[in-house]
Design a protein around this ligand. Sequence first.
Ligand code: UGA
Length: 433
Amino acid sequence: MKISVIGLGYLGATHAVAMAKLGHEVLGIEPDPKKLQALNAGVLPFHEPGLDVALQEVLADGSLKLASGHSEASREIELHFICVGTPQLAGSDKADTSYVFSAAKELASWVSKTAVVAGKSTVPVGTAKELKEEMSKVAGFEVNLAWNPEFLREGTALEDSLSPDRIVVGAWNDHSVTVLKTAYSEILKKGTPFLVLDVPTAELVKVAANSFLATKISFINAMAEVAEVSGADVVALANAIGYDERIGNKFLRSGVGFGGGCLPKDIRGFVARAEELGVGSAVEFLKDVDAINLRRRQRVVDLAKQELGSVAGKTVLMLGISFKPDSDDLRDSPALEIATQLSGLGAKVLVHDPVSLEALSLKQPALIPQEDVAAGFSEADLVILGTEWKQYKELDPSKLDARTKTVIDGRNVLDVPKWQGAGWKVIALGRNL
Ligand code: UGA
């Protein structure tokens, strides 16, 4: 099938590669010349394990071609995916849908009557209806718009795209459903559930799923706050409640909380949209979810102050700066915010991260990139684990020295007895060690 993928950021680049891997003839459209040039050379402008190799493969076999915009080739395309970003609007909690509207309006001059346009971007409920009206006005006929939210996670993006838990399609007509079903036929052969919904429900599925995940994380982090003052242990608590299948043990990892380009902005955007719809109180609790999450970052800053006395002039080593492991994404990263706050208080903050130091230098030059982790330890008055990269979990504390052997485990992943046995003071969130 001839497919276009519009917007080759994180979501779009992954989706374009995945669709090519599924055997389609894919045209990726990216107006940013720098991004386009990198992708054309088989280089990803972000870190995502395995995606670069897959990109090189689909470019080499010709199943993925890239362009900076639409051309006559777009008229032949049977299915267009809109994958542009919807970041948080500056100075507001709302999602900025302007990129989606401009991509859709531009496409409307090229789309054929039989082609299907599937939105994958995360949008406030009601957006698709408006988009369909605007596109149809430009096209001069009723455009087959459908909504097909994406649930991939950074770090496992390609795998999630090729083997999703479910495929969700919100559509106004059967033709759109048939075309999307054909596009995903290779995945559906494996028995993946294909859910056909009305469009508003499909739009809501994505924000509801992300809100639920954020709530689960903040729930366990709220328990961490209670554990801290009651002598309880949040890790043992999460483990114990997780045995109940109705609760489950996933997304109950306590620590500095959630960050990234999705969960934080999606819960805020959801509240803003619900308020517009007059049902703000229905999701008011998400403000608490957000507040609990942000309090964990502050808690680490407070613990650092408590340990260091005065932060000014002290050296702090931050282990991991991306919002999660296997990613170089610094958007709304808890580790980055903690490091920035400590630096603002006068600390010399050294940052080690397996892949994010280049991105860090551009974003926050006050933080000092540290390539050699052991050398960073030796200078540190305090070590903070901010992102649970595998290599930090595997560190041998007996081989690490520091000015003061104190570590704050911001992700509750260190082997505490081992670190304590090697002479380290371990401070963890929600645990009384
Ligand atoms: C999230 C969703 O999980 C995806 O399903 C969704 O497609 C994506 O947003 C999106 O909207 O595009 P992602 O942001 O890549 O994916 O990362 P997650 O794995 O959800 O982690 C988000 C944050 O929560 C990270 O900072 C992570 O460290 C934190 N987290 C996760 C915890 O603090 N505790 C946990 O138990 C799990």
